[in-house]
Ligand binder design. Structure first.
Ligand code: HEM
Ligand SMILES: CC(C)=CCC/C(C)=C/CC/C(C)=C/COP(=O)(O)OP(=O)(O)O
Length: 313
C-alpha cells in the first residue's frame, strides 16, 4: 500500500472544509423538508412578522441539518459499506465521528433554543421531538432492528409542516395533522422505490430493509398498497381548510400518475426490471419527489387563492 492510501484511510481533521460540514446537514433531502415546513407556516391561520418567519425557517433548517449530522455520526459504519454513502465526510475520513457528534449536538441545541425564542415553546418542543425521533427512534433503534423502520421512523420527516404551523399558531390542528399524514403515508413508497434499485447496498450493510427481509415481490406489493392508501388521503385534503379546487386539480393529476407508477412497479417481473436497469423504479422515485413538492406547492397556492376568495370552495 502506498503512503497516500494509508493517509486516505485515516481520519484527517485538517482535511475537513466548510463543504464537508455542510454535507453533514444532508442539504438536498433537507431542502424539501424545509419547504414543507415553510408551507406549514404559510398555510397556518394568522401570520408571523416576516423577520420572525425567516428565523423560524432558518432554525427549522438548522435543526433538520443537525439531525442529519447526528444520523451520519451514528450510521458511519453502515455508510462506510454502502456505495451510495461511502464518500460521505465520515466514511471518507475527512471528519471524525466525534466532530460530527459535537457539531450535530451543538446545532440541535442552538436550533431548538433559538426557535423557542423566535416563536414559541410548542414549535421548539416539536422541533426537539423531531430531532429526537429521527436520531434516536429511527436511526439508533428502528433502522437496524425492523423492516418497519421507515414506516414508523418516517414520522420524523412528517413533522416539519406541523412545526411551521405551530410557529404561527402556537398549537396543533386538524390541518397540520393532515399535512403530517400526507408525508407519513408518502414516505414508504418514496423510500421503497429507491430500495428496489439499491438492494445490494442494504444487503451488504445488513440493514433490515423490506427488500432484504421480505424480498422484492413483497416490497413491490407494499409500494402499491401504501400508494393506494395515500391517494384518497391526498385528494381528500382538497375538502379541508387547507384545500380547494386548485389543490384538487394538482392532487388528482399527481395521484393518478403515482398510482400508475406504483401499478407498473407491482406488475413488473424482476428479471425484466434488472435487464432495463430498474428504469421504472428510478422513474417512480423521482416522481415521488415531484409528487410531494407539487402537493405542498398546491397547498401554498390554495392558501393564497382562499385568502383572495378566488378558486376557493
Ligand atoms: C424515514 C424517512 C425517509 C427515508 C428512509 C428516506 C430515504 C432516502 C434516501 C436513502 C435517499 C437517497 C439519496 C440520498 O442519500 O440523498 C432519499 C432521497 C431524497 N429524499 Fe428521502 N427519505 C425519507 C424521508 C424523506 C422526507 C420526509 C423528505 C422530504 C420531505 C425526503 C426528501 C428526499 C429528497 C429531496 C431526496 C433526493 C435527494 C437528492 O436528490 O440527492 N425524504 N431519501
Ligand atoms: C426538522 C427536522 C429535524 C427534520 C428531520 C426530517 C427528517 C427526519 C428527514 C429524514 C429524511 C432522510 C434523509 C431519511 C434518510 O434515511 P437514512 O438516514 O436511513 O438514509 P441514509 O441511508 O441516506 O443515511
Amino acid at each position: 500500500m502506498t503512503d497516500t492510501s494509508l493517509h486516505a484511510a485515516k481520519p484527517r481533521e485538517d482535511d475537513a472544509g466548510f463543504g464537508d460540514f455542510f454535507a453533514l446537514l444532508k442539504p438536498r433531502v433537507m431542502s424539501l423538508v424545509v419547504f414543507t415546513a415553510l408551507v406549514g407556516l404559510v398555510a397556518a391561520p394568522g401570520s408571523l412578522h416576516p423577520i420572525e418567519a425567516f428565523w423560524a425557517i432558518l432554525f427549522i433548517a438548522v435543526g433538520g441539518g443537525a439531525s442529519g449530522a447526528l444520523n451520519m455520526w451514528w450510521d458511519a459504519d453502515i455508510d462506510r459499506v454502502m456505495k451510495r454513502t461511502r464518500k460521505r465526510p465520515i466514511p471518507a475520513g475527512r471528519i471524525t465521528a466525534g466532530e460530527a457528534y459535537r457539531f450535530g449536538m451543538a446545532l440541535a441545541g442552538i436550533s431548538v433554543v433559538m426557535l423557542g425564542l423566535a416563536t414559541n415553546l410548542v414549535a421548539a418542543g416539536l422541533l426537539a421531538f423531531t430531532i429526537f425521533f429521527y436520531v434516536v427512534i429511527y436511526s439508533i433503534w428502528l433502522k437496524r432492528s425492523t423492516p418497519q423502520n421507515i414506516v414508523i421512523g418516517g414520522a420524523a420527516g412528517a413533522f416539519p409542516p406541523m412545526i411551521g404551523w405551530a410557529a404561527v399558531t402556537g398549537g396543533v390542528s386538524v390541518e397540520s395533522v393532515l399535512m403530517f399524514a400526507l408525508i407519513f403515508m408518502w414516505t414508504p413508497p418514496h423510500f421503497w422505490a429507491l430500495a428496489l434499485f439499491m438492494k445490494s447496498d442494504y444487503h451488504e450493510a445488513k440493514v433490515p430493509m423490506l427488500t432484504v427481509t421480505h424480498g422484492r415481490r413483497a416490497t413491490r406489493t407494499h409500494i402499491l398498497v401504501y400508494t393506494a392508501l395515500l391517494a384518497p388521503l391526498a385528494v381528500g385534503i382538497a375538502f379541508t381548510g387547507i384545500g380547494g379546487p386548485a389543490y384538487l386539480a394538482v392532487a388528482l393529476v399527481l395521484n393518478a400518475l403515482f398510482l400508475k407508477g406504483a401499478w407498473d412497479i407491482w406488475r413488473r417481473d424482476e428479471a425484466r426490471a434488472e435487464a432495463d436497469g430498474y428504469a421504472v423504479e428510478k422513474k417512480v422515485f423521482r416522481l415521488s419527489l415531484i409528487y410531494l413538492f407539487a402537493h405542498f406547492c398546491a397547498i401554498w397556492l390554495q392558501t393564497v387563492l382562499n385568502a383572495q376568495g378566488v378558486w376557493s370552495w
